[in-house]
Every structure is written in C-alpha cells, then in structure tokens.
Design a protein around this ligand. Structure first.
Ligand code: NAP
Length: 357
C-alpha cells in the first residue's frame, strides 16, 4: 500500500494497547498516528504514561508521542480499541458517530445485532452487518473473547463439514489474559483458579453468532450448544482448551482430522499481512500442542489442534491452543482491519475538514 492508513489506538497504555503497538510495528499498511487513553495518561509522553510490559522495547517513535484523551478528534483514518469495558461502551459509539471505523477488542458491542463479531477466516461475510449500522459515518467491528477465538477456529471446519450438536470445553487460560497486574501472584503461583468472572457466558454465547449464517442482513445463530468451564492457570501466554464435540450423525476422530486438514480457508487468496501461512496446525504427537512450545506459531496467529481422538461420552475430543493476546486480541483485530481494507470498507478519511492525502 503506497499511503499507509493512519491508526489511532484507544486504550493505548493498557495491556492490549501495548500489544497493538507491538503487532503494528513495521506494518506495511498501517501507521500509528495517535495514542489515546484516560485523563490519567493524557498529556504525558507515552513512555511515561504506560507501564510497558511488552517483550520488545517501545518503538522509539512511539515512546515520545504524547498520549491524548480518547475524544473523537484524532488524526487517524480508523481506530483500534483496547479500552476497558467500563469506558468502551460510551467512547466507541462516539468515535463511530464522528465517522471513525472502530475495530474493538472490548466486549460491549460483540453481541449487538448490527455489529460484526469477526474472525476473518471464519465469517468474513459478516462484515455486511456494517451496512445495517446507523451509528453515524463510522462503524464498530469487534473481535471475540480470547477463549472463544481458539475454540471457534477449531470448530469452523467441523461445522462446515458435519452437523455439530454440542460442544463441551474446559479452558486453561493464561495470566496475560487478565491484563496487568491481573491475578495476584499469591493466587496464581502453583495454583489453578477455577473461576474467571463473566468468561463462561462469553464462551457459551459468542460461538453461535460467529458460526451463524448471514441471512437477509441478519445473523441466524448456529444451532449448537456450548458448555464451558473456564480456569486460570500459571502460564504466561496461550490459552489451552480441552474440547469434546457431539455430532448429529456418525463422525469419527479420523473424519475430524481430515476436515481440519482439508478445510478451505476463505481468505487464502487475500494476501493479508497478518494472516498466518497455516491457519490451523494439526499435531500427531500426543504431547502437543503446549503453550510454551507452540504459542508463537504463525507469529501467534496460528491455532494449534492436537490429541484428536474418540470421546467416551460425546463423539470426538481434542486440545486447542491459541495465543490469547495476539490471535485472541491485538493480532486478531489487526487482521480484521486488513480484511476490511481488502473488502473496500476501510480507507483514508477526512479528518478535521481536511481530506487526507
Ligand atoms: P487494561 O490494561 O486495564 O487497559 C485499559 C485501557 O483503557 C488503558 O489504556 C486505560 O488508560 C484505558 N481507559 C480506562 N478507562 C478509560 C477512560 N475512562 N477513558 C479512556 N481510556 C480509558 O486492560 P486490557 O487488559 O488491555 O484490556 C482492554 C480491553 O480488551 C478490555 O475491554 C478487555 O476485556 C479486552 N481484552 C483483553 C484481552 C487480554 O488478553 N488482556 C484479550 C481480549 C480482550 P489509562 O492507562 O490511562 O488508565
């Protein structure tokens, strides 16, 4: 892309905001031009406002930028939102009303009827919901909860090939999913916390929308039931999920393997910079996937599936691993924006009365 699109990050100082900065570093299409956060951070140099927890240093051009308030007057063509849910509900629609496309990680609008809940490989056609939005000249697009993402990526090839009736999942979620400082070390170390507030509800409801069909401008939810138990484990990055699936009709473990291996990725030809070469990696080695060894596959955008075998209670069971802050948050949102560019829904916009070059 000759002229990069200008990007604002809302919630730029938070854990997800920092991940946006990392994954956008050197991005061929997008360049960060505005960093916004709360009044607590506004007016400060980014390096002073953010408690940087990233694995790389703050890119020098970003470190010296001034953090501004999250008001819809940013020099940007669109914004990514890593806002706390308590702020996203009011701030994201304000930006949409003022003409900004908002690509959000927050939970507030995920289940709104007119808002796409998007994973580009799973439901790229759901972006048509944007046409139903009456939110000003801008719009809101969301990505799913970080545990929903891995689960739904693994289920999509199965839903396309078979008749999935019910899914049971137990999640083992990394600490980074709770942001910073997140779970107290006294709770986390040498322990498993068998409760994550609000999480199970998201993992139960979001898949039916993501795997639903777009019919006459609305999403017809997928006819499958999900039961979830969500736990927090002392792992830094990577949500592991133990999944069992029940089908209507006879489906064997070998059929599931074959479906995962031969599934046609609908965005395979789109050449999106953040799309991994391999969407799903299927492991034969019984010991895999493991968070520490495999979370970085495809620069954190590949979803790993292993231990596919028959289930004594439902039909087939397996293990899924996905990177919670990349595929499950910032990387997923950037891929959403790339898809919107390819679909002609994201482009240069006029800012403060000046048509951008
Ligand atoms: P976080 O570390 O607490 O960061 C929250 C950000 O929101 C900070 O930049 C904060 O700015 C800003 N903020 C808070 N109140 C504000 C206000 N009134 N006006 C403007 N900005 C405000 O949270 P996080 O872990 O990055 O999560 C951010 C969002 O992403 C949440 O909605 C979360 O549910 C979602 N999410 C998180 C993950 C994950 O892995 N952590 C994954 C998927 C989705 P200040 O620094 O100035 O306070």
């Amino acid at each position: 892309m000759k002229d990069k699109l200008r990007v604002g990050i809302l919630g730029a100082t938070g854990a997800v905001g920092q991940k946006f900065i990392e994954v956008l570093d050197g991005h061929p299409w997008f360049e960060i031009t505005a960093l916004a956060a709360s009044e607590r951070s506004a007016g400060k140099r980014y390096a002073d406002a953010a408690n940087w927890i990233g694995s790389m240093s703050i890119p020098p051009a970003i470190a010296d930028m001034e953090v501004v308030a999250a008001a819809p007057d940013l020099e940007a063509d669109f914004v990514f939102s890593g806002l706390d849910a308590s702020a996203a509900g009011d701030i994201e629609p304000l930006f949409a009303r003022e003409g900004y496309p908002v690509i959000s990680n927050a939970r507030n609008y995920r289940m709104a009827e007119d808002v796409p809940l998007l994973i580009p490989e799973v439901n790229p056609d759901h972006t048509a919901l944007i046409d139903q939005q009456d939110r000003g000249d801008g719009f809101i697009v969301t990505n799913p909860n970080c545990s929903t993402v891995g689960l739904v990526c693994a289920l999509k090839p199965l839903v396309d090939r078979f008749d999935v009736d019910a899914v049971h999942v137990v999640t083992m979620q990394a600490l980074s999913g709770a942001g910073y400082p997140g779970v107290s070390s006294l709770d986390a170390l040498g322990n498993v916390v068998p409760y994550i507030g609000g999480e199970e509800d998201k993992v139960v409801t979001e898949p039916t929308k993501l795997l639903g069909r777009l019919v006459d401008g609305r999403i017809e939810p997928a006819a499958l039931r999900v039961s979830a138990q969500c736990t927090r484990v002392p792992v830094l990055e990577g949500h592991l999920e133990a999944v069992s699936v029940q089908f209507r009709g006879t489906v064997y473990a070998e059929d599931v393997k074959e479906a995962l291996r031969t599934w046609h990725n609908p965005i395979a030809g789109y050449d999106l910079p953040s799309a991994p070469a391999r969407f799903i990696e299927v492991f034969e080695d019984e010991r895999f996937p493991q968070p520490r060894r495999h979370v970085g596959l495809g620069r954190g955008m590949t979803v790993s599936v292993g231990r596919i075998r028959s289930c004594e209670v439902l039909d087939v069971k397996f293990i899924v691993l996905s990177h919670n802050t990349i595929r499950g948050a910032a990387g997923g949102a950037v891929l959403n924006a790339e898809l919107l560019v390819r679909q002609g829904r994201l482009a240069k916009r006029a800012v403060a009365g000046v048509v951008a070059g």
